[in-house]
Design a protein around this ligand. Structure first.
Ligand code: ATP
Ligand code: MG
Length: 474
């Protein structure tokens, strides 16, 4: 069973010890905090599966902490149970539940009751996630996917071209699309957050294409790809002789993006020294080229994206707070694919169409088993990984329907918040080895001899590996 992490917040050390004992005894991992402020920070840092929060706390009260948690983009969906002493009980209970708490326990509590409530809440959450997955898997049938797609197209008719490139029916994705539409006439800076492959780049382009400045330039800079000097010159340009090798004057991206949008990808990687210069452009729309005195003024919208927790970088003083606030006028948090399983069939269908056309292949759809495997998988690489899997399946597909062997994902279940780094390296390597062997066998039309040769293994070794991974011997 997955080990759940519970964050507890109580100012009484005796209660913290009690939680520790009771919860650890029931197999949970426990993170402790004595103040609301600490609870908030730990909730962001550790992303617990559930929070137990005392109402009476020194400093920030339990209710204030709850309100802040429910506002936090990463913390709002974490189930929360309030715990309090009996006085004021009913009134507290009502306000607690109104604030979005899921349950309420009164002190002193019986340890068994605590465990039952915690387990019940975790189970409800799991059931909800499972339900969403099942709901999604009900759309397995080809016609149903087509009808979903038609619905999506209908919904998209009213949308602009930019927003239409984003596929998704999950409510959080629909909200994001609505948001792009609603900010199209503003120049507000946008900060896009999300794990790798969730579509940050696609969204940035969609925002630009939807906006009133869509006919202006869209300039993307990957802040992680260049050294500090090169990045500075890339962003702001340089004059002749600004540094060794600067033989010609060059305009930077900000200058060339005048009237359009600059997309700063991986903004978390931008060095401290450059952050000051960037802040000036963000605040005053002006800068100087490297090695130059002339002040250049530009009109640009800035979209920044990152997959690191910027709040933490701000706390650790590796990212300027003032810059963070200036960039973060509108914040869009792209949910990972495992939290929007209902989008999987639509994305699969979209990528099937795209790659079938590209490879001139006739493919009708994905078989039910294959779709189930796709829905059950955790997608640590998100939409990009799904796109790669479908591209490979299309290329390898001998018939008109994609079968489970073509998607090769079995044994990699969707466990919420499990990332590849949580898995043991040897398991990851074993998965990769199995995939490679299956791929080689397929390529060799099932001939063990030829597959062994292609893999540089002798037959006996390959046979023992087939046995180890339970791959049927052709
Ligand atoms: N909702 C979506 N609809 C259609 N295609 C999508 C969607 N989300 C992502 N994609 C596609 O998935 C691929 C990965 O997306 P993108 O490069 O935008 O991710 P990212 O978040 O910028 O990743 P990284 O953090 O690794 O830079 C792209 O080919 C993109 O077009
Ligand atoms: Mg990207």
């Amino acid at each position: 069973m997955k080990s759940y992490k519970i964050l507890v917040c109580d100012d009484e050390p005796a209660f913290l010890d009690l939680y520790d004992e009771v919860l650890m005894g029931a197999g949970f991992a426990v993170v402790k905090s004595a103040r609301g402020e600490d609870c908030l920070r730990l909730a962001v840092e550790q992303l617990p599966d559930l929070i137990l929060l005392d109402v009476k706390l020194p400093g920030m009260s339990g209710f204030e902490t709850c309100a802040a948690l429910k506002k936090g983009r990463q913390t709002q969906y974490i189930p929360l149970i309030f715990v309090t002493a009996t006085f004021q009980d009913v009134a507290d209970r009502v306000s607690g539940i109104e604030m979005g708490a899921d349950d309420y326990i009164t002190k002193p509590f019986c340890p068994d009751e605590l465990i039952v409530r915690v387990k019940a809440l975790l189970r409800t959450k799991e059931l909800q996630e499972k339900l969403a997955r099942e709901q999604a898997s009900k759309t397995l049938l080809h016609e149903e996917i087509l009808s979903l797609e038609a619905q999506l197209k209908d919904a998209q008719l009213a949308q602009s071209e930019g927003a239409r490139s984003i596929i998704g029916r999950n409510p959080r994705m629909e909200k994001i699309v609505q948001l792009i539409e609603s900010i199209k006439d503003t120049v507000a800076n946008v900060l896009i957050l999300g794990e790798t492959g969730t579509g940050k780049g696609l969204l940035a382009e969609a925002i630009h294409k939807t906006s009133a400045r869509k006919d202006g330039p869209f300039m993307k800079v990957d802040c992680s790809a260049l050294t500090e000097t090169l990045l500075e010159s890339e962003l702001f340009g340089h004059e002749v002789g600004a540094f060794t090798g600067a033989v010609k004057r060059r305009q930077g991206r900000f200058e060339r993006a005048h009237g359009g949008t600059v997309f700063l990808d991986e903004i978390g990687e931008i060095p401290m020294d450059l952050q000051a210069k960037l802040l000036r452009v963000v605040q005053d729309n002006e800068f100087e080229r490297v090695g130059g005195d002339e002040t250049i003024r530009v009109d640009v919208r800035i979209i920044a994206a990152t997959n690191v927790v910027l709040e933490r970088a701000v706390e650790q003083r590796t990212f300027r707070k003032d810059l963070y606030y200036r960039l973060n006028v509108i914040c869009i948090d792209l949910p990972p694919l495992r939290e929007r399983p209902e989008d999987i069939p639509l994305l699969v269908h979209h990528f099937l169409g795209k790659y079938a056309q590209k490879n001139s292949k006739q493919i009708e759809g994905v078989g039910e088993d294959a779709m189930r495997a796709l829905l059950d998988y955790g997608w640590p690489g998100n939409v990009r990984e799904l796109e790669n899997v479908i591209e490979r399946a299309v290329v390898l597909c001998p018939g008109r329907v994609v079968t489970p062997d073509l998607v090769m994902l079995a044994n990699k279940p969707a466990v919420s918040r499990e990332t590849s780094s949580d898995r043991q390296l040897k398991d990851i390597l074993a998965d990769m080895e199995r995939d490679i062997i299956e791929g080689a066998l397929k390529k060799a039309d099932g001939s063990v001899d030829r597959a062994a040769k292609a893999l540089g293994l002798n037959r006996t070794t390959l046979y023992s590996k087939l046995k180890k991974y339970g791959i049927p011997i052709p």
